[in-house]
Design a protein around this ligand. Structure first.
Ligand SMILES: NC(=O)c1ccc[n+]([C@@H]2O[C@H](COP(=O)([O-])OP(=O)(O)OC[C@H]3O[C@@H](n4cnc5c(N)ncnc54)[C@H](OP(=O)(O)O)[C@@H]3O)[C@@H](O)[C@H]2O)c1
Length: 325
């Protein structure tokens, strides 16, 4: 089969498509003929050996696929050959076939578009876990989403609206904010040209926001922390800026606020039943058209390095997708 191969840790353009053996499956695994693979920020870190999980060389990156099941291990009962599925894996997705743990394979009904589904689960499962389980976001609360036109950011915006919150979308360009506006954001902030804290104060009549969703980290984080209301919850989701922020502890003290970590794959491993309930809800919303990730561009398998590079270059609005076969 054809697969994108990482032979040395490094930047996306060092990856190449090669002919390799089709993976074999363990008793608890499912073999999927991959049609689409979503492009996620952690993929860009794994190929550089900068992520929590270390992939042994050589390996195939790609962590979120949709396709058709071709074989199942003998312990697998909820999936059968021929099923249309979505699957989440640490790596292995940018290939014609992927072997995935059955607990991370989800059957999709015939009315769900496989390309859209490949753009959905990773981002929405992360953002839903963040807003529902970690922040316990309530209807009527004010949610500030940073990096709001990115993969998890746009998911947080859409889910925040679905959960009844008022959403302030913040991003670095007017083009990105235009997309956030189309996705239903109540207010928009361009943090490249305006002062985030001053605008949040103005939009919320001085009250501040109840929840901050932060996938970027970096210089904006302290301003966002200081923009929270009494009993605010600050969700630490990621560090796309490349800088892990350090917070002055007096700010959460004075606001009776919390700084809350979000680690979706840890949650999926440690609390599989709760994660399965969340995924079931997301798949239902996907089928009903209530959630719809923005697809930025569809790349071919040989173009997958360009897709990863575009994500690193901050160019992607919503989600880039690779059509594998
Ligand atoms: N905690 C978890 O369980 C979990 C799960 C999935 C992903 N993540 C993390 O969440 C973060 C976002 O992932 P994603 O897939 O949504 O990525 P993405 O689509 O690239 O979005 C990241 C956003 O961050 C902003 N950003 C600020 N500085 C940036 C920089 N130097 N380079 C790139 N983007 C920058 C960009 O928005 P502006 O240009 O508007 O600033 C961009 O849209 C990553 O750090 C990822 O590792 C965490």
């Amino acid at each position: 089969m054809k697969a994108l191969i990482c032979r040395e840790y490094g930047l996306p353009l060092t990856l190449q498509v090669e002919e390799v053996a089709t993976p074999t499956i363990e008793p608890d695994e499912v073999l999927v003929k991959v049609l689409y693979c979503g492009v996620n920020f952690p993929d860009t870190l794994i190929i550089q050996n900068k992520y929590q999980f270390k992939a042994p060389l050589p390996f195939t990156p790609g962590s979120e696929i949709t396709g058709i099941v071709t074989a199942v291990g003998k312990e697998v009962i909820h999936v059968k050959p021929g099923d249309r599925v979505a699957g989440i894996c640490r790596w292995g997705g940018f290939a014609e076939f992927a072997a995935i743990k059955s607990t991370h394979v989800f059957v999709l009904s015939a009315n769900i578009d496989l390309k859209l589904a490949a753009a959905t689960l990773y981002n929405y499962a992360t953002s839903y876990h963040a807003l529902k389980d970690r922040a316990q976001l309530k209807p009527g609360e004010k949610l500030l989403v940073l990096g709001a036109a990115g993969g998890v950011g746009l998911a947080a915006l859409e889910l925040g609206k679905l959960m009844g919150a008022t959403v302030i979308a913040a991003a670095s360009t007017d083009e990105k904010l235009n997309l956030c506006n189309q996705k239903g954001a109540d207010s928009l902030i361009n943090y490249a040209t305006h002062n985030l804290r001053e605008l949040v104060k103005e939009i919320t009549n001085g009250a501040g926001v109840n929840v901050v969703f932060d996938p970027a980290g970096g210089a904006l984080a302290e301003n966002a922390l200081r923009s929270m209301a009494w009993r605010g919850r600050y969700l630490v989701v990621g560090f796309a800026s490349g800088t892990i922020p350090a917070f002055p502890a007096n700010v959460p003290l004075l606001k009776g606020a919390s700084v809350i970590g979000v680690f979706w794959s840890g949650f999926a491993a440690k609390e599989p039943m709760q994660n399965a309930t969340n995924i079931k809800q997301l798949i239902a919303w996907l089928a009903e058209g209530k959630i719809k990730q923005e697809i930025y561009k569809t790349y071919s398998l040989p173009e997958a390095p360009q897709a990863l590079q575009a994500l690193m270059d901050r160019k992607v609005l919503g989600k880039a997708i690779v059509q594998v076969t």
